[in-house]
Ligand binder design. Structure first.
Ligand code: TIU
Length: 223
């Protein structure tokens, strides 16, 4: 019989069968967390999202130690930008746009140094890495199939930014029938007030989108 994992969470306890639970780390890439990348090109202060790195590492270590599956995503585009809608390409203050050369290679392009996951959180062999052209990780990717193939029904989320790619993916997952929990200190926004609002809005209305809990509570549940 698989073990049932119980996590002390808001708005109430999150429970999952251990053989159906996975961690998804969203877009912890140099392009969002280091100067000179996509996040900075949009006018953001990347220092604001770096506090989530250490808690995300602890969460990763906990899932790895428990033998539970880990998925990573990267927001990035094909070198010819064929998967980047003109509406997305045209957004932002400039002068650097998606595909332009920057200090970490071409901005938000697959295979460039900026699109890499930061070294502190590098995927291990066997962990699935999903390259995604959108904010949501289910849109135009194999994520849904990869999760279905493993019988995953419950997801713990970490990553950046809380209200953009993390929340979009949680909402996609929620509509696809997954129970989702956001690890509150393993996610950050360039706008602290947006992070706080996201945590509040996903857990309001009896968990209309899902659950939220700090990394310590998630790790206590895995033990
Ligand atoms: N700009 C911003 O807050 N986020 C993104 O563009 N992508 C992700 O959240 N990964």
């Amino acid at each position: 019989m698989p073990v049932t994992i119980t996590i002390d969470a808001a708005p109430y306890a999150f429970t999952a069968s251990a053989d159906r639970l996975a961690l998804i780390v969203i877009d912890m890439q140099r392009d969002f967390l280091e100067p000179g990348g996509f996040g900075a090109s949009l006018g953001n202060d990347v220092a604001r999202v770096r506090p989530s790195i250490a808690p995300t590492r602890r969460l990763l270590d906990g899932f790895r130690a428990a033998g539970l599956p880990v998925f990573h995503t990267r927001e990035c585009h094909l070198p010819d930008l064929s998967d980047c809608p003109p509406a997305k390409h045209g957004r932002g203050p400039g002068p650097l746009r998606i595909g332009d050369p920057g200090p970490m290679g071409r901005i938000l392009i697959r295979g460039e140094p900026g699109a890499d996951i930061i070294p502190e959180l590098a995927p291990l062999p066997g962990e699935v890495v999903i390259d995604k052209p959108g904010k949501g990780a289910f849109h135009a990717t194999s994520l849904g199939d990869e999760l279905a193939r493993r019988g995953i029904s419950h997801l713990v989320f970490a990553g950046v930014t809380t209200e953009v790619c993390v929340q979009t993916t949680m909402r996609e997952a929620n509509d696809r029938g997954f129970d989702c929990l956001l690890a509150t200190d393993a996610t950050d926004s360039y706008f602290p007030e947006f992070k706080a609002a996201t945590v509040a809005m996903i857990t309001a209305q009896a968990g209309i989108v899902g659950w939220a809990a700090p990394v310590d509570a998630v790790l206590a549940g895995l033990r």
